[in-house]
Design a protein. Sequence first.
Length: 345
Amino acid sequence: MQAMASSQPLPESVPFVAPTTWVKAAVHCRFNIEPLFRAAGVGDALGGGLMPRIHPRTLSELMHACVKAARPDFHFPLVAGEMFAFDHLPALETFLTTSPTLRQALAGLAWVSRALPLMQIRLEEAGDTAALVVDYGHPDLSPEDVAHSIEMALAGIHKFSRLMLGEVPPGCSAQLRHDPGPELHALFERTFGLPVSVSQPRNAALFPRHLLDLPLRGAMPALNQQAQAIVQRTLPPVPEAGVIEQIEHGLMGDTALLSISMEDMAARLKLHPRTLQRRLNEAGLSYSDLRSRCRQRLAEAALRDSGDIEALSERLGFSDRHSFTRAFKRWTGCTPTEWRRRERG
């Protein structure tokens, strides 16, 4: 298993977004996390109301230390994921749990990427199945670094799914790129209460597609809108140097955004349209180029997973299958069917 590819250098620091979650998970796993926090330089993480920052490698070392310190019958990433809360951004959790539908809740995925810079969660739809695909990491991080963070993320997704849907319905499953070994594999299935496949091509939580538009019992539209406004005010404006990456994260995470204009995207990023246009020009890209690049990446990922071409065409915003096939042939030199056959050897 490899870390998520990135052409950007490993950042000097990332937000440590949930120190209270780590403390609660450590108590549950029967160890004192305070000495580990001090060693990682986040000993004051719970004081002052400010979100602490930590070097990604130090965060990984802290995770490894917690895994080793936990009692043998507990796996720290799973416990932390099940207890996860956005300590410094509670409005995001309110937004998720009061959304009218799961699809509308998943619009918050772009915010998650801004709060967790090395994490990308995107929605993929194919046939009767939907998947939340999770990528985390950087080429400079080890596979073990990535594995623990993926486990924590999938456990967090499982927690919020139960909050929004009640009992996890039939037809759900999870996939892991790595193989944690038979004992942890069995623990994952007991924790999630659903089948978990290992050594898969992606990390994902899979569920029946119709659940995306099922009305949720916890829907509170007025509170949901208030929470959305608070999140948008609280999150810092996107730094100009990261605009291209932020757009890609947004488009890859929510395919509905593929149909919005550059002006609307600029408004979402709290940028003037001329500023966004300038950043695109500096990168040698047009907004159309960037959107096409994301469509191609999404199309190729879905085709590798045996995605239905008709449904994929609709999801990516094409008027029909023929339009999608023409675009895909322009990108790759072959039709979607030919490309999938070639990939499978």
